[in-house]
Design a protein around this ligand. Structure first.
Ligand code: ATP
Ligand code: MG
Length: 431
């Protein structure tokens, strides 16, 4: 991508209602534009990151055996009346009347709809377990939309639903997703803390939230210090679930099983939430399956959500400095940025194009900053948008046969001989 062809409207100052750093940086880096309270357009740079996160989530769902489908954003009220949630959901649900006077709604979640799809096609234990997911926009008319995309009204969620013949098998599905969630967040460069949580309007008895530690988080987390030192890549979900970890409304100081010295209290951002709720929906919506003895019983269900659009903000909360964003490589909108400090200079131009064409040809995501603007603006915009590796091409260095390489994670700058640069970049990208 050439910056001059792209649409990357960086702005100097964030609006005053952007209270937290990720919201400020997303606006300043030209990633989003608010269209009304809690509703955003995703500008090209923001959309690239959103899609990357979506793709990681999708791959880990597929690896865990979940099957993707796509349900609509607009649902009819019928199923919600049957499940009893049409009234329970209250004002958070956006209700719409169509031209024939039918009551419709913009889905805040999909338990009802998926249960209806399931029951239309599956009626035997032989077809279980099943795990279906989709990645779709949700709408919740939040009382206080804020923090940009972190608490929006319209937001992108991956939600999936597991179907099992009994509680034992359902717990396996739950643990399988638990593991998939840990893997998903680690792949994005995040360290998740999993905590026992309240089930809220979704219902049920077993539930965990996945939280990312951040000073600006809205949840207060109480957990065993040891959780911060575990190897999340290898630990068994049951072992992980055995450590004490609870969100505010689940924590009871008097009955806390671990000592004050071992208890850590931190702020966190909820990025995922999983539930096992048994037969709550299958009973109400009559989703029955035949068991081995030929008896029709309600199917056992769980539901699992990841806030994909919230993760964009959460990642920035975790990775930034005073100059801007510092994307982890896996979710970075581009891996490389080639910054041509002097586009009017023939040598700078030729060298930049040579590198650019090489990386384009080799499918390495690269942006070439070929704009005719001041060197200061160029460098500060690049700090702001936070591309992990930056190649800075200037006239003086080129005369000495050198280019600058900057690692945005460490902010360390080094000079690299022009002929070594491609090898150097290939080596760090494969590390
Ligand atoms: P919260 O407690 O933050 O309001 P929730 O518990 O109501 O979230 P869930 O129903 O568990 O949300 O939804 C699954 C995931 O969707 C959450 O873990 C979160 O990452 C994301 N999410 C929920 N509400 C929003 C929102 N208003 N804006 C952006 N993402 C959201
Ligand atoms: Mg939740």
């Amino acid at each position: 991508m050439k910056y001059s062809n792209f649409f990357l409207p960086t702005v100097k100052d964030a609006p005053s209602d952007a209270e937290i750093i990720s919201h400020q940086l997303m606006i300043r880096a030209g990633m989003i534009k608010q269209s009304s309270a809690g509703i955003y357009s995703w500008l090209p740079l923001g959309l690239i990151v959103l899609k990357k996160i979506e793709q990681i989530v999708r791959e880990e769902q597929n690896n865990a055996g979940a099957i993707e489908l796509l349900m609509p954003t607009i649902q009819s009220s019928d199923l919600w009346i049957k499940s009893g949630r049409y009234d329970d959901y209250g004002k958070e649900m956006l209700r719409i009347t169509d031209r024939s006077g039918r009551e419709m709604l913009y889905g805040p979640t999909n338990e009802e709809l998926i249960t209806d799809i399931f029951k239309s096609h599956i009626n035997s234990y032989k077809d279980l377990p099943k795990n279906l997911y989709h990645i779709q926009w949700k709408f919740r008319d939040e009382v206080r939309p804020r923090f940009g995309v972190m608490r929006g009204r319209e937001f992108l969620m991956k939600d999936n639903y597991s179907f099992d013949i009994d509680e034992n098998s359902a717990k396996n599905s739950y643990d399988n997703m638990f593991k998939a969630y840990i893997k998903t967040f680690i792949r994005m460069g995040l360290t998740p803390i999993s905590l026992r949580a309240e089930t809220g309007p979704i219902g049920g008895s077993l539930s965990h939230e996945f939280q990312i530690l951040a000073k600006t988080g809205e949840s207060t987390l109480y957990y065993d210090k040891k959780l911060e030192t575990l190897n999340m890549n290898t630990i068994d979900p049951n072992e992980l679930q055995s450590f004490y970890a609870a969100v505010d409304d689940q924590h009871d100081e008097k009955n806390c099983p671990i000592s004050k010295d071992n208890l850590k209290i931190s702020k966190g951002i909820e990025v995922g939430h999983i539930f096992y709720f048994g037969t709550k929906y299958s009973e109400k919506l009559n989703a029955l399956v035949q068991d081995k003895k030929g008896k029709n019983i309600p199917v056992h269900m769980g539901s699992y959500g990841i806030g994909i659009s919230r993760l964009v903000g959460a990642l920035i909360e975790a990775y930034h400095d005073e100059k801007g964003i510092k994307w982890p490589l896996e979710v970075a909108p581009f891996k490389l940025s080639i910054i041509n400090l002097m586009p009017e200079d023939q040598d700078c131009d030729t060298k930049s194009m040579e590198y650019y064409e090489y990386f384009m040809k080799n499918n390495i995501e690269v942006i070439l900053d070929d704009r005719n603007c001041s060197i200061g603006k160029k460098l500060s915009d690049n700090e702001l948008i936070g591309i992990p590796f930056q190649i800075i091409i200037g006239k003086r260095d080129l005369k000495d046969g050198l280019v600058e390489f900057k690692n945005r994670q460490t902010n360390i700058v080094e000079k690299i001989p022009i002929d070594n640069l491609i090898n150097f970049i290939n080596t760090i990208l494969t590390k």
